[in-house]
Every structure is written in structure tokens, then in C-alpha cells.
Design a protein around this ligand. Sequence first.
Ligand code: UP6
Length: 261
Amino acid sequence: KKVLTYPERQSQCKHEVLKRLYGIMEEKKTNLCFSGDTTSFAELLEVVEKVGPYICILKTHIDIITDFTAENIHKLKNLASKHNFLLFEDRKFADIGNTVKKQYSEGIYKISEWSDIINAHIIPGPGIIEGLKSAAGEKGLTGKRALLLIAEMSSKGNVATGEYTKACVKMAEENQDFVVGYICQSQLSKDPNFIHMTPGVKLVEGTDSLGQQYLTPKEVITKRNSDIIIVGRGIMNSDDPATTAATYQQAGYDAYLEQCS
Ligand code: UP6
């Protein structure tokens, strides 16, 4: 057995958000995170209603949406409860603590009020983690919000490698009360307190015209030993998002079963 099962990881990890996530993954038999990258909130809600049953996380880019309203966020949260998945705003914070604190909680989007998970680059140093954590704390959301550090990227020529990735792992380990894992392309830790989420996933390997590089669900889970596959256009651009999401779910979950058999 190469990896712990989801229930084993759930009982061994400390953070409430991770415990919830492993619970959802076990219950719904899925390690699929859908990246709903559309500029229309109406379309996002429509496609999420279809793919909701097959995913453990919905990843958003709220700042690409043209018809943002608090009411639509309310609808999104309702879909998250109805289909039992977590919300992950892929904001990729990258500024000093004092600035990200406001970007996370204020402005139009008030991300901390609705997104269970967020992520950040470590370029500014640990102050970025402190800033984000304090924003959640000030809203009384300590333990209910979690951060992923971007340790590696999927795009061609990216510089998140080597010493940078190592520094990221160190910062994660020093901030376990808020950091619950990584955006990465390979396993960085065997500790169930850190989950690995990998973007750049499609049923067939390949690239897009702007530097994105794709691996298959099987490669990501069984060769790279990651935990969650993040799929955007592979599902979004398909004629039948529900059926396609089910295909990714099965591929990801079968790969997990192979890993823990
Ligand atoms: N993403 C990557 N690579 C990274 C980090 N994040 O692709 O290293 C994000 C993108 C997009 C999604 O911002 O939302 O994951 C991938 O979408 P795709 O499946 O349509 O390529």
C-alpha cells in the first residue's frame, strides 16, 4: 500500500478544513476538483449544478466574472451545501501581509466570507501567510479557512522549482495551523496534514497555445503521487460536462484505489 486511505488521513490530520475534505472525498468517492473558469456567473452556476455530484472541490477565479453579485455567491454556497463540495478561490495572493489581508477580506469579492480554501505564492515570505491568517481570524473564521502554497506550477518555463519549492515546503511546515497543502506537480510530503492538488490535467497529455502543460489523471495520482486532480477546460469545454466530470472522477478515483491497494 503506497498511500493512506482517505479515512486514515482524515483521522490523522489536524485541520478542520482537511478533515472535511477527506470526509467528502471518501463519501463521494472523488478526488476531482473542477476549475469553473468562465466569465459568466450564470454559466458557472449552471455547469456547477451539473458537475456538483462528481467533485470534492469547486475552484473559482472570481475576478474573471463579469456579472458578480453577492446573490450569486449565495447561490454558489447553496450549491456547495447541496452537492457537498468545498469552495476554493484560486486568487494566488502574492503581496505583503498588510495588502493580502485586505485583498482577502475586503473589496468587492470578500473572498474570506465564502471560500473555504485559498492559495498564495511565497515570493513575499511568511508575512503573506500571517496576513491571510489574521484576516480569517478577524472574521471569526479561524479553523474554517485554509491556505495552499503554490510550490510548483504546470506551465512551461515556470521558475517554481528546486530551492523555491523547498522553501515553500518549509513555510508550510512552519504554519500548519493555516497551511494545509500545496498546488504542485508531484508529492512534496507524506504527512497527511498536507494535501497535494495538481492542475494541468486532461484525459490526454498535451499543451495549450499559452504554455499550459497537461498530464493525465493516472499519471498525476499514481506517478506523481498527488492527491487531487484539478480539471478546467477538460470539463468546461466538453459537450456534456456532467458525463465528462464523471469520467474524470472515475479515472482519478481508480488511480487512488490502485495506490492504496
Ligand atoms: N492553474 C494552472 N497551473 C498552475 C496553477 N494554477 O493551470 O500551476 C490553474 C489555472 C486554471 C486551472 O489558473 O484555473 O488551474 C487549469 O485550467 P485548465 O484545466 O483549463 O488548463
